[in-house]
Ligand binder design. Structure first.
Ligand code: ZN
Length: 333
């Protein structure tokens, strides 16, 4: 049985050529396209290098261009995102803005790299494709209390974002006191906080910062805050911790991702191999699991949607998972 309507609660932008040329998202784009971050190249993407210069399509695009030289990246456009959504009957997607700095090594040997996708660019895509995208503003509290607060406020008030994204793989823990004024502000502004839990392949990722229990502190300290706990910590093997957190935090939602290519071949515990986990959620928290792809980590949409549709789940739960839970959480009509 096909889902009536699909909303993707977790997508990424900023890899489009335009984002790099006009909005300066080079940090992350460099990781993705040129494979200069070895871990991304080898462990996640596969490292093939034989695509035609300047071309892009979903079968030879994302994976094969890794290893390209800077300046040779393909003409990947926002239209490709829409194409994948249309093919999967995805009416809306939530674009995660990102802000964070990763470090490796100590002292003189320390290297760092920044991943930033700005709310300016998020708004640009929301305006260009009316009604198709919602946006979250990425906020990195170590930049300083004032600067982080300014970024949150301008993201929501100036650029029309509907929530804040905290990217914990940088080593920043969700229960760090520096984030607390931001959570208070989210409640005041009536917006949610999306917080990462999970393994993360980017070089410098700090797994100890990505466990669900840090979010549990936040949920207890801010019972009115609406929280999207990304990934449900499945690739850390901490899904039971995540379930424990959901048990006593009624305002906390989570999402099942990624599914499909290319990630499911890499991580042994991918959601696509865990119909048991879908059934647990169907039984215990049917109204708090959303469909999210981490696009373009998982693409195209059609594949992951068909994988879930093929599972032994009730029609009622499938509609909640694909659409109604995200509509409730993100206040989508
Ligand atoms: Zn993500």
């Amino acid at each position: 049985m096909r889902a009536k309507r699909v909303i993707d609660a977790h997508m990424h932008h900023g890899l489009e050529k335009e984002a790099i040329d006009r909005f300066g998202n080079k940090g992350n784009a460099e990781v993705w396209w040129t494979g200069s971050q070895k871990l991304m190249k080898i462990d996640v993407i596969g490292g093939a290098t034989d695509a035609q210069e300047g071309e892009f399509n979903w079968t030879n695009g994302v994976r094969r261009r890794v290893g390209a030289k800077w300046g040779e990246i393909p003409d990947y456009k926002a239209e490709h995102i829409i194409e994948s959504m249309d093919e999967g009957r995805v009416t809306q997607g939530v674009l995660c803005g990102i802000d964070g700095v990763f470090t490796v090594g100590l002292g003189k040997r320390q290297r760092s790299w920044e991943w930033k996708v700005t709310p300016e660019y998020t708004k640009h895509l929301m305006d260009r494709f009316p009604g198709r995208f919602l946006g979250e503003v990425g906020v990195y509290p170590p930049r300083g209390e004032k600067e982080a607060m300014r970024e949150l406020e301008r993201g929501i008030n100036e650029f029309g974002c509907c929530g804040m994204k905290i990217f914990t793989p940088t080593g920043f823990r969700a229960n760090d006191p520096r984030a607390y004024p931001l959570y208070e502000k989210c409640i005041e502004l009536g917006v949610h906080a999306t917080i990462h839990t999970n393994a993360e392949a980017c070089i410098g990722s700090r797994m100890s910062a990505c466990t669900p229990f840090h979010i549990d502190d936040v949920a207890n300290d801010f019972p009115d805050l609406h929280i999207h706990m990304l990934h449900m910590a499945v690739y850390l093997g901490m899904e039971m911790q995540a379930l424990a957190c959901l048990t006593h935090a009624p305002n906390m939602y989570t999402s099942c991702d990624p599914l499909g290519v290319p990630i499911d071949s890499v991580y042994p515990m991918s959601w696509v191999k865990r119909p048991d986990l879908f059934r647990v959620m169907e039984k215990i928290f049917p109204r708090r699991l959303m469909y999210g792809t981490d696009f373009p980590i998982s693409y195209p949409h059609r594949e992951s949607i068909e994988a879930i549709e093929g599972m032994d789940l009730s029609e009622e739960f499938r509609n909640l998972l694909f659409c109604d839970n995200a509509r409730r959480f993100y206040k989508i009509k």
